[in-house]
Write a protein that binds this ligand. Structure first.
Ligand SMILES: *Cc1c(COP(=O)(O)O)cnc(C)c1O
Length: 468
């Protein structure tokens, strides 16, 4: 038995994997990874895979990056962890100072949690609590876009709209207001991204006009709806949204958990709209992809609404045990150093252009409806019918075939349903991008050529996060 097989057997005897129908692994081999280096992951049999999806969008400067490794090792010898209530430490202070300096003006306070979903919970709770503390207790509801994803905990699911993740749990969810997404994949032919995004804002305007007195906040994934299939829209939407939120006295929550730290071509997506949200949620690449941590930045105005004598019970009494973990802060500080020292955002422009040129030919593919790109995210939408953009039935799992082909060829491309995408570490080379484009093209040919017969079930989800 190979080493891979042996680890797989031991794993499948005791583990329950995330976002997985475990029965799939009767056919689909699990890949045990022994080590990582740069953009490569290596399994126990010595096969290497180019990590084109940054291990679920977290990695920015490669696996086992020597600079990040060193910083964590140094921190480890100093202090591994201390509770953050009543105590503080050097890396958390330095990181907070740097995040405040790096993010758009007005974001002056940083609250930490230990993953993206709980970061969203914090922003939602703080917004709700702010209005209560400010004598506006009717403002309790949240406005969200269709096709959004904000995480897996119950309130985060409530503001999400990817049916596969949320439908089952509907009875548990908060009652939110859903507004049609500005998703430019759905724009009428001949319309520009900007026109479409502007046009779609009318729905948001109407919802806020009708409901603002009961609305605490609007939450969006700026520019790219990630788990919803890497759907993209124009920054004008964020600009209009900021103006409307001000006009209607509603908070604006930017979930930049996936798109922050350069994914959209700027350090933060909100920069492209020239705005500051009331809450900015960061995670994933925050620690370079090393350790779980989220940061929620907010304004002094928000902070002041909680600042009072203890007996008024206005404090934000929310805590996660590992809040502000020093090792995670050290990883984040090293990551921010690399961004600054290597002029990464500027250097990424050439890589983004290469992703576009390497995949341009796919626009003519008979089963590709669109190749779209925003910064360092590029997505290829496979469809059954190109002219009318009719999607493949989800049960056919076409993306899974791309995934399997890519693994054979030594690439980790994990499509979102029928959307094949690249969201690579920034240490990828132009030649490696060409290789990914080649593998993706082959995979798309194979997946779209195959006649797949499945028993279609009515009422099934129309969108999903993963091929298998
Ligand atoms: C991944 C993600 C989350 C959730 O983060 P977790 O760390 O997985 O809980 C929230 N919002 C967006 C936009 C994400 O991509």
């Amino acid at each position: 038995m190979s080493l891979n097989d042996s680890w797989m057997r031991r794993d499948l005897a005791v583990l329950w994997h995330p976002c997985t129908q475990m029965k799939d692994h009767e056919q689909l081999p699990l890949i045990p990874i022994r080590r990582g280096e740069g953009v490569w992951l290596e399994d126990f049999d010595g096969k290497r895979y180019l990590d084109a999806v940054s291990s679920w969008w977290v990695n920015v400067f490669g696996h086992a990056n020597p600079r990040i490794n060193q910083r964590i090792k140094d921190q480890l010898d100093q202090l591994e962890h201390v509770m953050l209530a009543g105590f503080s430490h050097q890396p958390v202070v330095e990181l907070s100072e740097r995040l405040v300096a790096l993010t758009p003006p007005g974001l002056e306070r940083v609250f930490y949690t230990d993953n993206g979903s709980t970061g969203i919970e914090v922003a939602l709770k703080m917004s709700f609590h702010y209005w209560r503390n400010s004598g506006r207790p009717r403002k309790q509801r949240f406005v969200t876009l269709t096709n959004s994803y904000h995480g897996e905990t119950v309130a985060a699911m409530s503001v999400g709209d990817v049916a596969l993740f949320t439908d089952t749990y509907k009875p548990l969810l908060l009652d939110t207001l859903k507004v049609p997404s500005p998703d430019c994949y759905l724009r009428p032919e001949g319309m520009s991204w900007e026109e479409h995004s502007r046009h779609m804002f009318a729905h948001m305007e109407q919802t806020l006009a009708e409901h603002h007195e009961e609305v605490a906040a609007v939450i969006v994934e700026p520019l790219i709806q990630g788990a919803g299939g890497m759907r993209m829209y124009h920054p004008i939407y964020l600009k209009l949204l900021r103006e409307a939120c001000d006009r209607y006295e509603v908070h604006l929550i930017h979930d930049e958990i996936a798109v922050g730290f350069g994914r959209t071509g700027t350090m933060f997506a909100c920069e492209q709209a020239g705005i500051s949200p009331d809450f900015l949620c960061l995670s994933k690449a925050l620690t370079g992809g090393y350790l779980p941590m989220a940061a929620v930045l907010t304004t002094d105005r928000l902070y002041q609404a909680f600042y009072d004598d203890y007996s008024t019970l206005r404090a934000f009494l929310h805590s996660h045990t590992y809040t502000g973990n020093p090792l995670a802060c050290a990883a984040a500080l090293a990551t921010l150093d690399i961004f600054a020292e290597d002029n990464v955002i500027e250097a990424n422009k050439a890589l983004a252009a290469r992703m576009v040129s390497a995949t341009a030919h796919l626009a003519d593919h008979p089963h590709v409806a669109e190749v779209r790109q925003t910064g360092m995210a590029l997505a290829i939408e496979m469809v059954q019918d190109k002219a009318s953009k009719i999607a493949y039935p989800w049960q056919e799992r076409r993306g899974l075939q791309v995934y399997q082909h890519a693994l054979e060829r030594g690439a980790l491309l994990r499509p979102l349903g029928s959307v094949v995408y690249f969201l690579p570490p920034y240490t990828i080379t132009p030649e490696q991008i060409d290789f990914l484009a080649e593998v993706a093209s082959e995979g798309i040919d194979i997946a779209t050529r195959a006649a797949v017969s499945v028993a279609l079930q009515p009422g099934a989800p129309s969108n999903f996060h993963d091929p298998g």
